[in-house]
Every structure is written in structure tokens, then in C-alpha cells.
Design a protein around this ligand. Structure first.
Ligand code: NAD
Ligand code: TYD
Length: 333
């Protein structure tokens, strides 16, 4: 199989490519990534010389490039996105361009080149915010996005489904909860807090720290995507979650304990605007239909992640210093 992966140099996409190349070593992968601030070629150093792997630096909004690249491709797995809520609050322009227009360009290329199988990676955030007593989101939950990030992802999901209904494009969608694990960019809660503690800095908890997220280890997410690609029903959406609902302060305390720090490092800071209270996913559809469930226990996954950041300070220090960009500038600029 020849696969076009978009956004493969980011956190989840790079873990996906590593996962896929190990499991399906005969498949060919083209990674199309614009190398925005979140894209890092060092994430995929271990596969860059594999003859079945090819990196293309480019924008998913580039119609000509995308149309050239999809020729002969059997499957598109679409991870590329602007992914950080706080950035979308500061400025939503790139979110609209990449997450909506970029998805449209890919869908048209898939449609115009024989109807290529298309798997779209989305988020639980499209469903809005839960109250503490509400049941978890599932595939039937109405969309109610509340940040520019989640609104742009929701628009993309609607477009993907529209291309299925209108053009019979063979699509599937996965909406997943908060991921964590190796190679996550430092702006997100878990890697930011781990690396701050390694550097002896404080950890900024937004508001009262009582917001709840449902955390899933990145390999569990990618195993779910694999199950959908192999066995999912065309046109369907699948909700993926970790079954680990935790408040931000609970996670913060777990990280502090694993790092042997004191709770004095906690600094309560101004809350995020429009901060969603709670996300939780009911993953019974994919469990019952495709036999997938998350396997990695949160405490083990978090300990593994802490160890990874401790053992890979070279990777994240280059991000903090901005040096990671020099690595690809030499090769691709
Ligand atoms: P990320 O920000 O780490 O990586 C995004 C990648 O997309 C980067 O490599 C970036 O360079 C690339 N990219 C951005 N704009 C591009 C463009 N115009 N053209 C080509 N490449 C471009 O994000 P992530 O956390 O790995 O998320 C990947 C996908 O998973 C996103 O679609 C996101 O919405 C979704 N998702 C993320 C989470 C999470 O917890 N991180 C949870 C559920 C779903
Ligand atoms: P984040 O990792 O940005 O993911 P998302 O907003 O997509 O869920 O944030 C996870 C939670 O942690 C969210 O409730 C916001 C909170 N948070 C903090 O309290 N402090 C921080 O510095 C960051 C980045 C996030």
C-alpha cells in the first residue's frame, strides 16, 4: 500500500509513521508536512533513510502539489492541522486556512484522483464542553465547538462527511481525546510541565485546575486509527478515548510526584478564555465493532512519558532554544 500522511512531522503523525512502518514494513509512506513551528524532522530521524519513507516539505493548501502527490496513493491519513487551542484564541487565521481549506484541498484531490480512501483525524473538542454529571461524548453527540480550534476541526469533519454523502468518497473519521506521549510539542500541558520541572521552573495551572480531560497514550490512538483503516465501515465516525478522566490539578500532582518535586511549584495563572470544563469519550462503538480499546494504563503511560523527556533533553532543549529549525533549514529551505 502507498500512503500519504499529512502532518507526519508533528506529535501524533510522527508516532503514527513509526508505528505503521514497524507493523507494515512493506508499505510506502509519503509524509507531507509544512514544518510549521510544530513540525520537527527530528521526530522521524529513525526512519528518514528507510527507502519506503519519503518526506515532502509542503502545504496541504497547495492544490498543485497535493494533486501531484496523491497520484498512485491508496490511502490518505490526514493529521495536518493547527492544533493548539491557546494559539487559536490569540489568532485563528492559520486554523481556518489549514484545518478547513487544507482539508478541502485534500478531499478534492482524493475525489479527483479516483476516489482515494481518506481517513480524517479529529478531536473530541468538536462536541463542546461537558458538565460534571453529563454522559461522555459519543458518535451521536451534536457538534458544539467553542474555540476557534474546535470550530475549525468541526468544519473539517462536516466537509469530510459531505464528500462521502455527495461524492461517495470512501472516508472514515476518528474523534479522539487528549493525547500524551513522546515527541509532544512543549506547548501542551504534559510536556510543558515535565520540562519546566526538569529546568527547575514553576508549572502554570489555568484557573482553578478543575477542568477535566480524558487522556490517551498516543500509541493507543494510533492503534485505533489502524483498526479503523483496516476494518472500519466507510462513511462512519469512531470516538476514541483513554478512559482516563483527570482534572488538570490531579495530573499536575502526578507529574510532580514522578519528578520528585514539591507542590510549591504549582502556580495558578489566569484562566484560558472560554475554557471547556470537561471532555470525556464513550468508545463503546469502536470497542464493540472493531475490537479496539486503549491498553496503556495512565500511570504507566505517564511514567514512560516522564522518562522519555528526561532521557531526550537534547530533543526538547533544541525546541526551547529554537535550534530544531536549523536541522531542516539546511536540508529543505
Ligand atoms: P501537532 O501540532 O503536533 O502537529 C501538526 C503537524 O501538522 C505539524 O507537523 C505541522 O508542521 C503540520 N502542519 C500544520 N499546518 C500544515 C499545513 N498547512 N500543511 C502541511 N502540514 C501542516 O499536532 P498533533 O497533536 O500531532 O495533532 C495531529 C492531529 O490530531 C490534528 O489534526 C489534531 O487536531 C488531532 N488531534 C490531536 C489531539 C491531541 O491531543 N494532540 C487529540 C485529538 C485529535
Ligand atoms: P492542552 O494540552 O492545551 O490541551 P487542550 O486544551 O486541547 O485540552 O491543555 C490541557 C488542559 O490543561 C486544558 O484544560 C488547559 C490546561 N492547561 C493548563 O492548565 N496550563 C497550561 O500551561 C496548558 C498548556 C494547559
Amino acid at each position: 500500500m502507498k500512503i500519504l500522511v499529512t502532518g507526519g512531522s508533528g506529535f501524533i503523525g510522527s508516532n503514527f509513521i513509526r508505528y505503521w512502518m514497524k507493523k507494515y514494513s512493506g508499505d510506502k509512506i509519503i509524509n507531507l508536512d509544512a514544518l510549521t513551528y510544530a513540525g520537527n524532522l527530528e521526530n522521524l530521524k529513525e526512519v528518514e533513510n528507510n527507502p519506503n519513507y519519503k518526506f515532502i516539505k509542503g502545504d496541504i493548501c497547495d492544490i498543485k502539489l497535493v494533486n501531484d502527490l496523491v497520484k498512485g496513493v491508496d490511502l490518505i491519513v490526514h493529521f495536518a492541522a493547527e492544533s493548539h487551542v491557546d494559539r487559536s484564541i490569540a489568532d485563528s487565521e492559520d486554523f481556518i486556512k489549514t484545518n478547513i481549506e487544507g482539508t478541502r484541498v485534500l478531499l478534492d484531490a482524493a475525489k479527483n484522483n479516483g476516489g482515494i480512501r481518506f481517513h480524517h483525524i479529529s478531536t473530541d473538542e468538536v462536541f463542546g464542553s461537558l458538565g460534571l454529571a453529563d454522559p461522555a461524548f459519543n458518535e451521536k453527540t451534536p457538534y458544539d465547538p467553542r474555540s476557534p480550534y474546535s470550530a475549525s476541526k468541526a468544519a473539517a469533519d462536516h466537509l469530510v462527511r459531505a464528500y462521502f454523502h455527495t461524492h461517495k468518497l470512501p472516508i472514515t473519521i476518528s474523534n479522539c481525546s487528549n493525547n500524551y506521549g513522546p515527541y509532544q510539542f512543549l506547548e501542551k500541558l504534559i510536556p510543558l510541565f515535565i520540562t519546566n520541572l526538569i529546568e527547575g521552573k514553576k508549572v502554570p495551572v489555568y484557573g482553578d485546575g478543575k477542568n477535566i480531560r480524558d487522556w490517551i497514550f498516543v500509541d493507543d490512538h494510533n492503534a485505533g486509527v489502524d483498526a479503523i483503516i483496516q476494518k472500519g465501515t466507510i462513511g462512519e465516525t469512531y470516538c476514541l478515548g483513554g478512559g482516563n478522566e483527570l482534572t488538570n490539578i490531579e495530573i499536575t500532582k502526578k507529574i510532580i510526584e514522578l519528578m520528585g518535586a514539591s507542590e510549591e511549584v504549582i502556580e495558578y495563572v489566569k484562566d484560558r478564555k472560554g475554557h471547556d470544563l470537561r471532555y470525556a469519550m464513550d468508545y463503546s462503538k469502536i470497542k464493540n465493532e472493531l475490537g479496539w480499546k486503549p491498553k496503556i494504563n495512565f500511570n504507566e503511560g505517564l511514567a514512560k512519558t516522564v522518562d522519555w523527556y528526561k532521557n531526550n533533553s537534547d530533543w526538547w532543549q533544541k525546541i526551547k532554544s529554537g535550534e530544531y529549525k536549523k536541522y531542516y533549514e539546511k536540508q529543505y529551505e
